[in-house]
Ligand binder design. Sequence first.
Ligand SMILES: [Fe+2]
Length: 157
Amino acid sequence: MKTYKEFKNQIAEQIEVGSNSIESSAVSNLRTALNSTISAADVAQSAHWNLRSTNFITLHPWLGETYSALLVIADGIAEQIKIKSIDNLVIATHQRVLVITDEGLILRHLKITLESLIDDIETAATNPTIDAPTKNLLEGWQGEVQKMKWFVEASLD
Ligand SMILES: [Fe+2]
């Protein structure tokens, strides 16, 4: 049985391998898209929990569905990284969001986060080395996120 220190060192080595390994730009793009997806889910989840608004009854369930859908997309991207990466590790390094309660601020923040995610998925999908099945998956997820962005924009003044 490993000591706690040995276990910690092993994890540190694995992270080192994950961050330094030479991998394709397609996998690198997928890692960026994964982090953006988790960030967007985090924003939507924070909004779902913390929103204070006269539109709460409408927005609360939609924000709940949105963060759940984003986590499903994150899982799909992570699976593609597992299939394609050299080190076979999925390391997400997104930053957690601040808690915001104001409806306008939350929705604008979510809109910017979704726009950034759409760009990152686009970058991954248009990578010249990406295979056709993964490109199809990415384009499907991009369409889902574009629809989320449309709903957010339509909810803003
Ligand atoms: Fe909930």
